[in-house]
Design a protein around this ligand. Structure first.
Ligand SMILES: C[S@@+](CC[C@H](N)C(=O)[O-])C[C@H]1O[C@@H](n2cnc3c(N)ncnc32)[C@H](O)[C@@H]1O
Length: 280
């Protein structure tokens, strides 16, 4: 089975993660990322960086944010962690901890490719559920895989929501929430201003258009108000921050470089955020 356009975005992120080892101020360490990169992807990513250098910062900040959510989850005693639309996320290996169960969920072609690469390198893949998670009974599949649906489960949903229609996002969350009472879910999301091209900054619109046409994908959903998750699903936003705020704390030199390069359009970092929602 071929990897479709949305699956292919996982290579882009892996390529950017692989570049972290050359950064002066490293935000994370992913020794596996380079295994999922090939020349064609590298060329496309280099082209993206040529046109829009700060794209790397966006990905670096988001990877670090989600890694911190995983670290904090484990410190707080969460024993079940699911990477939804995992792509080549290797946190299951990086944060391997006695007593903590990890699971990757992605399309069959992506999981199969990932497993093949890992096996070539002599690494046992993390258990995976191969499916379109919007179309299956994911809680049922997690239960079959040995997950305890009554106990806390932390979902990492990184680099996914912007590609999914809003109604499907809400249907999916309703189904998770109905079966997993102690659910927490972390995801990154754009402001609706990015999706609707209403940021007021032409450069931001250009960058959005370029990303979509270069990678053959579309960003269709953004959020400006997280209270919708409380109203519809009883999910409270216990954390949320823009990548600008996060970057200013963790990588001020990178944020300064983005501002110098982009001027006003650096506001893009204010329009890209992450949050953690928790069943209340
Ligand atoms: C942009 S990549 C992000 C990968 C990874 N989470 C990361 O941040 O590095 C999006 C991934 O989500 C997967 N994905 C998106 N929608 C999905 C769905 N409905 N079911 C299964 N996988 C999905 C794609 O196949 C792809 O691997």
């Amino acid at each position: 089975m071929d990897i479709n356009e949305i699956g292919a975005t996982a290579f882009v992120i892996s390529c950017m993660r692989a570049m972290e080892k050359d950064q002066e101020h490293k935000l994370f360490d992913d020794p596996y990322a380079a295994w999922f990169v090939n020349e064609a992807i590298e060329e496309k990513v280099q082209e993206l960086i040529r046109v829009f250098p700060p794209s790397v910062e966006l990905v670096r900040f988001r990877v670090r944010v989600m890694s911190e959510v995983v670290e904090r989850g484990i410190e707080d005693g969460v024993k079940q962690i699911v990477s939804l639309g995992a792509g080549f996320d290797m946190r299951a290996h990086i944060y391997q901890t006695e007593g903590v169960r990890f699971c990757d969920v992605d399309q069959p072609a992506v999981v199969e490719f990932k497993n093949k690469v890992l096996e070539t390198h002599g690494v046992t893949p993390c258990p995976g559920i191969e499916c379109n998670y919007l179309e299956v009974d994911l809680p049922g599949k997690l239960a079959e895989a040995g997950f305890d649906l009554e106990a806390p489960i932390l979902f990492i949903w990184e680099g996914n929501t912007m590609y999914l229609p809003l109604d499907l996002i809400h249907d999916f969350l309703s189904r998770l929430r109905a079966r997993i009472p102690r659910l927490a879910i972390a995801f990154d999301y754009y402001s609706e201003k990015i999706i609707n091209r209403t940021s007021g900054d032409e450069r931001i619109t250009e960058i959005t258009d370029m990303f979509e046409s270069n990678f053959g994908v579309k960003w269709v959903t953004g959020f400006d108000d997280l209270s919708v998750f409380q109203e519809k699903h009883g999910l409270e936003a216990i954390e949320s921050e823009s990548l600008m705020e996060f970057g200013e704390r963790h990588a001020p030199q990178s944020v300064a470089a983005v501002k110098e390069y982009m001027g006003q359009a650096a506001d893009l970092l204010k329009l890209y955020s992450y949050c953690v929602l928790k069943a209340s």
